[in-house]
Design a protein around this ligand. Structure first.
Ligand SMILES: [Zn+2]
Ligand SMILES: [Zn+2]
Length: 449
């Protein structure tokens, strides 16, 4: 784009930036942004929001730092986008700094900002602080209620989520479809099948909303896990929507837990059609066969994967130490302190073995999205991140907070539980599915994830 020759006003330039981001043309947007001589609040904010919309949260945070360094004053829109980035990445320290900035700017009570803060603290696993922000909000809309209800549900505080939902109804606010995803997942996790049915029915009967695929997925999960597989299958067959990959993958994972090969095969076949290059369903089905010793079927799924050239998804974990993020993959050897990290992990494993823990050498059934190397089970990325966290803050009593991009495997889950007991320190692990708060040898997910 040529900016020489004529002077587009700020709004025009921001519109152009916004249009590029809408079309996912991030590089083009950066080019235009760099050409702007006097960047104002609007153009900075458009860039930050654009980065967030395109999944470039790290870039959004870096740009925000530059914006402040240039002396441009952010507004509530900028701040809420930056807080959302911190939430997505679970960068608590960064999030707290931006919270402080919001207070200084006097925008912390803004509806957008405070709802983003509630969401950020929940996504960092600190529902206590989320509640403080929520409780102090001068006014709330359904977005803020949703952030808090969903936050409780994701953190295993299912009853708190449902109590808060009832309070929302007392306020005469109308729940929306996001509220119901949170409410149904709380029922699902707490195994409240009757309540789940009532809430699900109320979506259409009481609130005249059409249940979405997300709501159906929650119900299929709840019914399937509670042993009502026939009812779950009926629900899939009689949905008003065409079942999508979310529905089939929900059904497949329920079947994997229940060892229901027949329905599992059906769901997996649908997924092979819908997402032929997604490794998850292949691995899950192959693990189901392996569990009951059907090795020929295992081999045929593996060769199907090979023939379709299905690539596995890279798993990694990260931990934030002193405002810096450290990423690890399984058997990582790229970190500058690799040697010390492995020593620390070795010490931990030894401590656990003395306490009677043996690594889970069975199939890693929970690890459905990616197959981390079997031999490397002791060196899965979250274990390395944990060891690093312990090295950096050995005497702290605050929780160690780790993030992972896929679901945590059974062995790492057990490992984290025991470490939390042996070292007497809580560990919070956020995986792609939910939060795990490990305290004194048990987890908030009640081993249900
Ligand atoms: Zn693992
Ligand atoms: Zn857990």
């Amino acid at each position: 784009m040529q900016l020489g020759g004529f002077k587009p006003d700020d709004v025009t330039v921001s519109n152009v930036l916004g249009a590029y981001f809408q079309s996912r043309l991030v590089d083009e947007a950066i080019e235009v942004f760099n050409l702007i001589k006097n960047k104002d609040k609007v153009s900075w904010t458009t860039m930050i929001v654009g980065y967030v919309q395109n999944g470039k949260e790290e870039d959004a945070l870096n740009l925000f730092a530059k914006m402040l360094a240039e002396g441009v004053k952010p507004d509530s829109f900028t701040i809420s986008s930056v807080i959302s980035s911190c939430a997505k990445l679970a960068y608590l320290c960064n999030g707290q700094v931006v919270h402080g900035k919001a207070i200084l700017l006097g925008v912390d009570n803004d509806l957008l900002v405070s709802s983003a803060l509630v969401d950020m603290y929940c996504k960092c696993g600190i529902t206590k602080d989320a509640w403080i922000v929520f409780d102090m909000m001068p006014s709330r809309n359904v977005v803020s209620w949703n952030a808090m209800i969903r936050g409780y549900a994701q953190n295993g505080q299912d009853l708190e989520a449902l109590v808060l939902y009832e309070k929302l109804l007392q306020q005469k606010l109308k729940p929306d479809s996001i509220t119901f995803v949170a409410v149904l997942s709380a029922c699902n996790h707490a195994g409240l099948i009757e309540e789940g049915r009532i809430y699900f029915d109320s979506i259409s009967k009481r609130y005249a909303l059409v249940p979405t695929l997300d709501h159906y997925a929650c119900m299929i999960n709840l019914l399937g896990r509670s042993g009502c597989m026939t009812e779950a299958i009926d629900l899939v067959n009689n949905m008003p929507h065409e079942p999508n990959s979310l529905i089939w993958s929900t059904l497949l994972s329920v079947c994997a837990i229940k060892g229901d090969i027949e329905n599992g095969e059906m769901a997996a076949k649908r997924l092979f059609e819908l997402e032929p290059l997604n490794a998850g369903p292949y691995i899950m089905l192959s693990n189901m066969y392996a569990t009951c010793g059907r090795w020929e079927d295992v081999a045929s799924v593996r060769s199907l994967m090979k023939s379709k050239n299905v690539k596995k998804f890279a798993a990694y974990s990260w931990i934030e130490i002193d405002n810096e993020v450290h990423k690890f993959v399984a058997e990582d050897a790229t970190h500058p302190q690799t040697e010390i990290i492995y020593e620390e992990l070795g010490r931990l494993i030894k401590k656990l073995q003395e306490a009677g823990f043996m690594p889970d050498t069975k199939l890693v059934l929970h690890n459905v999205e990616e197959e981390e190397k079997f031999a490397s089970i002791c060196y899965h990325s979250e274990k390395l991140a944990l060891a690093y966290g312990l090295i950096k803050n050995p005497h702290a009593i605050t929780p160690i907070r780790i993030m992972k991009n896929i679901r945590v495997c059974g062995d790492c889950h057990m490992f984290m539980k025991l470490v939390s007991k042996v070292i007497g320190r809580p560990i919070i692990l956020r995986d792609s599915n939910r939060f795990h708060h490990f305290v004194g040898g048990s987890c908030s997910c009640k081993d249900y994830w």
